[in-house]
Each structure stands twice: as structure tokens, then as C-alpha cells.
Write a protein that binds this ligand. Structure first.
Ligand code: PLP
Length: 304
């Protein structure tokens, strides 16, 4: 057997569709204010590594160089499913550290079942351990318990410096195609990279889907790590989280169903629905000048 580490297949075997399509839509909730709406269809980049998950994972899979990839997520994490799918496609072992020790004794939900079917080894930890997972001592203990001490570790949501630099291309693809580029945010990694890729006259608008107001400092910290300092013009619209992650209301659900019918777009509910809803509110408030174009990044697709 060769002592050379085996060269992993590069993310090119993941065959992305880049640049992702830009689609104009006629929507009177924007049109009546003289605002154009375009959809940046990042959900069409890849059938299984969807949207920003492809952009964030591809550079990490390259950096892993065939090692086991270990990452973190909740029971319905889009990032865990994308990582598991990448593992299957590339022939890489993957380990998913899942929040919630009690889940170990229950039948897997559809999202985790998909991860397992893709060959991901699931390792459940209690919520306190999960909360402290970035502390070196806790992380080392988790890696030991998961029997994955040599693994390449990708943080929760996939947002590290490699991922942020990977998302810069989302911005460059949108250069001079819109005045405002809006997207829903979890960790802020996609926003941090996107903003860095835009041209000087453009601005990025992030809509956090989690409550807590921490995203501004997180995004600044991610840009510092990825680029050495702030990049691009970006701001946050913090009023559209609907109470927090995975929280919804009948109004938001009705909005999403209606948007799907109007534009034949499958609307992902955890992130994309909140973004699109927020944009219609902002348009009605006059937040976008007449004659301007808003690009909404469609970062994902509903599961299953
Ligand atoms: C993961 C995800 C996001 C959030 O991306 P961050 O880089 O963590 O802010 C947004 N939309 C969808 C559909 C996602 O799956």
C-alpha cells in the first residue's frame, strides 16, 4: 500500500451549475413602487448540495483532502444533509454531531434518516456539550467520543474562513445586476462572503432568521477571519425572524404558499420564506428607491 495520502476527488465531481441563473419575476408588490425583483437561483447550483451549501462546502471538501469530515447541526439541519450528500458523492466518510442526546433513542426524523442513508455516522450530544462545542477542551472530548480525532472539522452551518471566501463568488456573479442583494442569514457566513464580492455601488441586505441580534458582530468576525477586515456594504433587516429559528405563523405560511403559486418557485420555509416576506414589507415601506432592482438570493429548496 502506498504511504501517500490518497488524493481525494475534487469538488468538481460535484458538478455545479455556475453561475446560478438570475430570473426576473413580475410581482406587483414591488412593481407598483417601481422596484424590480430578480431571483438569484442558487437553489439550482446542484441537486443535493443546494445553494450556499455548495458554495461553503466545496472549498472545505478540497481542504479535507480525503479525510473524514466532521461537522455539527440540529435535527433538521440543511448543512448536515448537504455534508452527508457530499460524502456519498465524493466517497468521503462523514460524521454528524447532532444536538440532542435524547434523539439517539428515537427513530430518526426524515432529515437525519437522509444523512444516515448517505453514509453519515451520527453522533448525538447533549445540549450543553453542543453549546460549548467550539471550546478546545469540549471539541477534543467530542472528537474522542465520536472516534474521529483525525477528522477535518467544519463548524456548525459550515461557516469558516474557507466557506466565506467561497461565497464571495456569489457576489461577483451579481456585480452590476442589482442595486440591493438580499438573502436570509443563519450564521452570516454567506452574507460575509457575498458582500465582499459585490461592486462598490451595490449593497447587501441580510435577513436573520434567528432571534438574538448577534449576527452583525458574527458577520464582522467572519469577514475579519476570511479577508483580514471589513468588506463591502452590508446591513441587516432584523424584523423578520418570526420569533426565531423554525418559528412560523399562519401569515408567513400563507405568504409562502401564495408566492409559490404566483411564481412557480418552491419556497424553502426556514430561511427563504422569511426573506421574501421581509422584502415585500420593505418595498411597501419605500425602503427601495423607485427605479432600483432588488435581487433575492434563493439559498435553498424545501425538504423533502
Ligand atoms: C444554511 C442556509 C442559510 C444560511 O446561511 P448562513 O451562511 O449560515 O447565514 C440560508 N438559507 C438556506 C436555505 C440555508 O440552508
Amino acid at each position: 500500500m502506498s504511504s501517500q495520502p490518497q488524493e481525494a476527488p475534487g469538488p468538481d465531481v460535484l458538478r455545479p451549475r455556475l453561475p446560478s441563473p438570475l430570473q426576473e419575476v413580475a410581482d406587483d408588490r414591488f412593481g407598483r413602487y417601481g422596484v424590480g425583483l430578480v431571483l438569484k437561483r442558487d437553489d439550482l447550483i446542484h441537486p443535493e448540495l443546494i445553494g450556499n451549501k455548495w458554495r461553503k462546502l466545496a472549498p472545505n471538501l478540497r481542504a479535507a483532502r480525503g479525510r473524514t469530515v466532521l461537522t455539527f447541526g440540529g435535527a433538521y439541519s440543511n448543512h448536515l444533509r448537504a455534508t452527508a450528500a457530499a460524502g456519498r458523492l465524493l466517497g468521503l466518510p462523514t460524521v454528524g454531531v447532532v444536538r440532542g442526546h435524547e434523539l439517539a433513542d428515537r427513530p430518526l426524523n426524515a432529515s437525519l434518516a437522509r444523512c444516515a442513508a448517505d453514509g453519515m455516522r451520527l453522533h448525538f450530544v447533549d445540549r450543553s456539550t453542543y453549546r460549548h462545542k467550539t471550546e478546545p477542551g469540549t471539541l477534543a472530548a467530542v472528537l474522542r467520543a465520536a472516534d474521529a480525532e483525525e477528522a477535518y472539522v467544519v463548524p456548525e452551518g459550515g461557516s469558516n474562513a474557507e466557506a466565506v471566501r467561497g461565497c464571495r463568488a456569489l457576489g461577483t456573479e451579481l456585480r452590476d445586476r442589482a442595486d440591493v442583494v438580499a438573502l436570509a442569514c443563519g450564521t452570516g457566513g454567506t452574507l460575509a462572503g457575498l458582500a465582499a464580492g459585490l461592486s462598490p455601488g451595490q449593497r447587501a441586505l441580510g435577513v436573520p432568521v434567528l432571534k438574538g441580534g448577534f449576527l452583525g458582530s458574527e458577520t464582522r468576525a467572519l469577514q475579519e477571519r476570511a479577508f483580514g477586515g471589513p468588506r463591502g456594504a452590508w446591513s441587516l433587516g432584523e424584523r423578520f425572524h418570526f420569533g426565531g429559528y423554525a418559528r412560523t405563523t399562519p401569515e408567513l405560511e400563507a405568504f409562502a404558499v401564495d408566492f409559490e403559486q404566483r411564481h412557480a418557485l418552491p419556497v424553502e420555509r426556514l430561511y427563504v420564506a422569511k426573506l421574501l416576506y421581509g422584502l415585500t414589507v420593505l418595498a411597501a415601506e419605500g425602503a427601495f428607491p423607485r427605479g432600483s432592482t432588488v435581487a433575492a438570493v434563493i439559498t435553498g429548496r424545501p425538504f423533502p
